[in-house]
Design a protein around this ligand. Structure first.
Ligand code: NAD
Length: 526
């Protein structure tokens, strides 16, 4: 007879959750339908959320557009002040947000904190940089001394944002921040299972001075609301799966609007022969199991130089076995729960398929319903081969495969043998070599001697994906310029750019040819 597993207790809800009905009222929804949001920790309800219709999306966008007209006239300094205030309050009131993120996403508190840090860093960065990046700038005019040219950046208008459930605060907020600072309105659909973290941030931003109605939130099924969001938007920002990303790109193509797509990954880690072994092992554990591997930049493939393979694998096994796995609203646990039955089913299917085809479970490999209904052990696999689903497909769970290589060239080739290209790390004491190898990897972010956080958190540089990992970038100049339309305004004060009366076109062209030859040699002319 199979042993019965005692159901784990529900996780006690903190008192501040009594505010959730108030936050839920911020969702634009007119038909009274409601959905229950449950915690992955115990599958018990967190709260109820109104369900929006496509007509609600249209009215949210209309209202947002009205508010945006005034917002676009505000100075950068006025806008920045709101986001710097928001930065401070997010840090001050982080305990509330940590509870919400943990309850909604099911992750360990330390991983929830990454979202607080991300929101603060992105708020600070764009509050300080938006004006420098977007203010009108003088450009070289056609005729030196006669043509004066300026480049203007105008807000697109209404930006639609669709966010996933895995980093509900960070993904819910950090793409909205540059869109708003650039003078746009936002209509956003968070994932239906994680709306409260985003609503909490919206509420706080309004408290910090963001005009009511500028950032609208709708909730509901993606395929139902997606087309209405697309119809209302001037730009579409999407984070989620590659399959949905393709749908969004097709729809944006039909509407001839821009879109930015942050999609999946199958992220490699390369441990070179001269790597600091202990640091690489510690990095592998963090890089693979943060947020139970439900992180777009999470490590899923580790390539280790053959000379280090045995001690690396032994060390990774020992460190993984030590991880404290559990659910709860405190800092006790190092790995939390998966987010949904669907995620758990994918992890089970990938592990079962690999094992059936000959992979070896080094450690982990089992679901742990005794700890939480959706908990799965952090899992290290060896002897993974082509033909196993997880060899090439994203698992998006706490599962990592370890491979050996003989030369750095081989490591780069194998890391690049993927349709994805989101994130990678390289571990070596020779950082010049690491940097050179990084530029040979077809990945949007590559970190030497750290995991994802060093690259992702360096928000002065853009991040995003090559190949099936996406289109467009977040962070850096690209992360805000994409939310603007560029305009060239040129004032010409010289003679008309046409042959003067009585001068034949051919003679005029000869004269201009001579002028171009002279300009080509004139210092300072671009
Ligand atoms: P998903 O594409 O199913 O859902 C993501 C969001 O899109 C949800 O809010 C969903 O409701 C919405 N959606 C679904 N269909 C839609 C449609 N037709 N139109 C508009 N919206 C629609 O993705 P998922 O599986 O829930 O999320 C996990 C995936 O997201 C993983 O592949 C992961 O790698 C990726 N991800 C990428 C990043 C990144 O920055 N690159 C960050 C987080 C997650």
């Amino acid at each position: 007879m199979a042993a019965t597993v005692a159901a784990p207790p529900t996780v006690a809800r903190p008192a501040h959750l009594s505010r959730l009905p108030e936050l839920a009222r911020r969702v634009v929804a007119s038909h009274g339908a409601r959905a229950t949001v449950r915690s992955p920790f115990d599958l018990a309800p967190i709260g109820e959320i109104p369900v929006s219709t496509p007509a609600d999306v249209a009215s949210a966008a209309e209202r947002a557009r009205q508010v945006q007209e005034d917002w676009a006239q505000r100075t950068f300094a006025e806008r920045a002040k709101i986001f710097l205030r928001f930065h401070d309050r997010v840090l001050d009131r982080q305990a509330e947000a940590l509870d919400l993120v943990q309850l909604e996403a099911g992750k360990a508190r330390a991983h929830a904190w990454e979202e607080i840090g991300d929101v603060a860093i992105v708020s600070r960065y764009y509050a300080h940089q938006a004006e420098r990046l977007l203010a009108p700038r003088s450009r070289q005019g056609l005729v030196p001394g006669a043509t004066q040219t300026w480049e203007y950046r105008h807000p697109k208008g209404v930006v639609a944002i669709v966010a996933p459930w895995n980093y509900p605060l960070a993904m819910g907020v950090t793409d909205a921040i540059p869109a708003l600072l650039a003078g746009n309105a936002v209509v956003e659909k968070p994932d239906s299972q994680t709306p409260f973290s985003t609503l909490w941030a919206l509420d706080l931003l309004v408290e910090c001075g963001l005009p009511e109605g500028l950032w609208q939130i709708v909730c509901g099924d993606g395929p139902t609301l997606g087309p209405a969001l697309m119809a209302a938007a001037d730009y579409f920002q999407f984070t989620g799966s590659t399959a949905t990303g393709r749908t969004i790109a097709r729809q944006a193509g039909e509407r001839l609007i821009g879109c930015s797509l942050e999609l999946g990954g199958k992220n490699p880690m390369l441990v070179l022969a001269d790597a600091d072994l202990d640091a690489a092992i510690e990095g592998a554990v963090r890089g693979s199991f943060a947020s139970a591997g439900q992180l777009c930049v999470s490590t899923e493939r580790i390539y280790v130089h053959r000379s280090l393979a045995a001690p690396f694998l032994a060390g990774l096994e020992a460190a993984t076995r030590k991880l404290r796995l559990g659910v709860g609203l405190d800092w006790t646990y190092e790995v939390g729960s998966l987010h949904s039955e669907r995620q758990l089913a994918t992890v089970r299917a990938h592990v079962d398929d690999a094992v059936a085809k000959g992979a070896r479970v080094v450690c982990g490999g089992r679901p742990r319903p005794d700890i939480g209904p959706l908990v799965h052990e952090p899992t290290v696999l060896a002897e993974v081969a082509p033909g196993m689903t997880l060899f090439a497909e994203e698992t998006f769970g706490p599962v990592v495969s370890v491979y050996e290589f003989d030369s750095n060239h081989e490591a780069v080739e194998r890391a690049n043998a993927s349709r994805y290209g989101l994130n990678a790390s390289i571990w070596t004491r020779d950082t010049d070599l690491g940097r050179r190898m990084a530029t040979r990897l077809r990945c949007g972010t590559v970190t030497v001697n750290e995991t994802y956080a060093a690259g992702y958190g360096s928000v002065d540089a853009p991040m995003g994906g090559f190949g099936d990992s996406g289109l467009g970038r977040r962070h850096g100049a690209e992360g805000i310029l994409k939310y603007t339309e560029t305009q060239n305004v040129s004032i010409h004060r010289g003679p008309a750019l046409a042959p003067p009366r009585g001068i034949p076109a051919e003679a005029f062209a000869r004269g201009v040819t001579g002028a171009l030859r002279a300009l080509r040699r004139l210092p300072g002319v671009r």
